[in-house]
Design a protein around this ligand. Structure first.
Ligand SMILES: Nc1ncnc2c1ncn2[C@@H]1O[C@H](COP(=O)(O)OP(=O)(O)O)[C@@H](O)[C@H]1O
Ligand SMILES: [Mg+2]
Length: 326
């Protein structure tokens, strides 16, 4: 990751028709703010600010771009702008709503409707500390991911790939509806130029083809990440990184350990989404969605033995925790 952090815009800074209220989050590529429009309505504004290429000090508005990075900065800026344009044309309940995007301060701003809620990542973290076998229930997983798939289908039908689907980029509104955030188009192009200094994709959720330059990316690349997200909802952890799995795969064994806790249908679905060979995965998001909708069990299909094993495993884990081994 980049070694320095850029300063966020100060409170009350006026950007176009919007007034900054506070910073919500900052990542390697952008800073997200809570802001107010001219009518006083709340919006979220994402500012293109790649930490590896731009420098902005306290109280400044315009970043300074190191001359050797100017080209890459401009290419990224163009992609961020394009991402905004594409997203602005998508109107879907499971995709973050882009209201406006504009240039100012030699960078780009993407204005989104402000959503109150929390990311799936935060939701997992909150739930994994609870003393239960399943981090998130099968019912929750199926409900949420059927909707995430709706959003992703819309993205793919706009000839766009997300390429950074992960629990931190799935946001749960207060009413429980998930929305997809953070589209990776800008990153994809940036990666080509600065990948040596900048690890772009999120380990664990990135399909193996993202590690290779010549591989063909497609809906199946996002399908891998969806498998990774469901895996996290089950285990509370990110999956092992794809390049390490090629050498020694631990994901399959972990998934088998969920028998009796989740239905075999859901476990098999995750296993197939996480296939290292992209041809062995469901090729479309629709195929994943169909599985999520069809094999719903009121009660998971476990045998008496599987249930007993699951119970013993839970008890063992409880005891291990009590004696401080975990
Ligand atoms: N429209 C929004 N409403 C509310 N919070 C948002 C919105 N968009 C982003 N955020 C918050 O900002 C965080 C980072 O946004 P994201 O688009 O994922 O950017 P990054 O490139 O920094 O990961 C999200 O996890 C979420 O907490
Ligand atoms: Mg993000």
């Amino acid at each position: 990751m980049a070694s320095h952090v850029n300063s966020a815009l100060p409170e009350n800074a006026q950007i176009g028709d919007y007034r900054i209220v506070r910073k919500i989050s900052s990542g390697g590529f952008s800073i997200v703010y809570l802001a107010q429009d001219s009518a006083g309505g709340l919006v979220a504004i994402k500012e293109y600010m790649p930490a590896a290429l731009a420098r902005r000090g306290e109280g400044e508005l315009t970043p300074r771009i190191l001359p050797e990075h100017l080209n890459t900065y401009r290419v990224g800026l163009k992609c961020f702008f394009e991402e905004g344009r594409t997203l602005a044309s998508i109107y879907h309940p499971n995709i973050v709503r882009v209201l406006n995007f504009f240039r100012a301060n030699e960078t780009v701003y993407m204005v989104m409707s402000y959503e109150s809620g929390r990311s799936l990542q935060e939701h997992v973290v909150r739930n994994r500390s609870k003393d239960q076998k399943d981090v998130l229930s099968e019912r929750f997983i199926r409900r949420v991911f059927v909707q995430v798939m709706n959003g992703l289908r819309e993205v793919h039908s706009s000839r766009l790939l997300h390429l950074d689907v992960k629990p931190a980029n799935i946001y749960l509104r207060m009413d429980g509806t998930p929305i997809l955030l953070d589209f990776g188009a800008a990153r994809q192009t940036l990666q080509r130029d600065i990948s040596k200094t900048y690890p772009m994709y999120t380990p664990g959720y990135a399909a193996p083809e993202l590690y290779r330059r010549d591989a063909e990316l497609g809906p199946w690349t996002d399908v891998y990440s969806v498998g990774g997200c469901i895996y996290t909802c089950m285990s509370g952890l990110s999956p092992q990184e794809a390049d390490k799995r090629v050498r020694e795969d631990r994901v399959r064994a972990t998934l088998r350990g969920f028998r009796g806790i989740y239905s075999n249908a859901l476990i098999s679905l995750v296993e197939s989404c996480l296939a290292l060979n992209s041809l062995e995965r469901p090729q479309t998001v629709y195929a994943v969605q169909k599985e999520l909708l069809t094999n719903v069990m009121e009660f998971p299909e476990f045998t008496v033995t599987e249930r007993a094993v699951a119970k013993m495993r839970a008890m063992y884990e409880k005891i291990s925790r009590l004696v401080g081994r975990k």
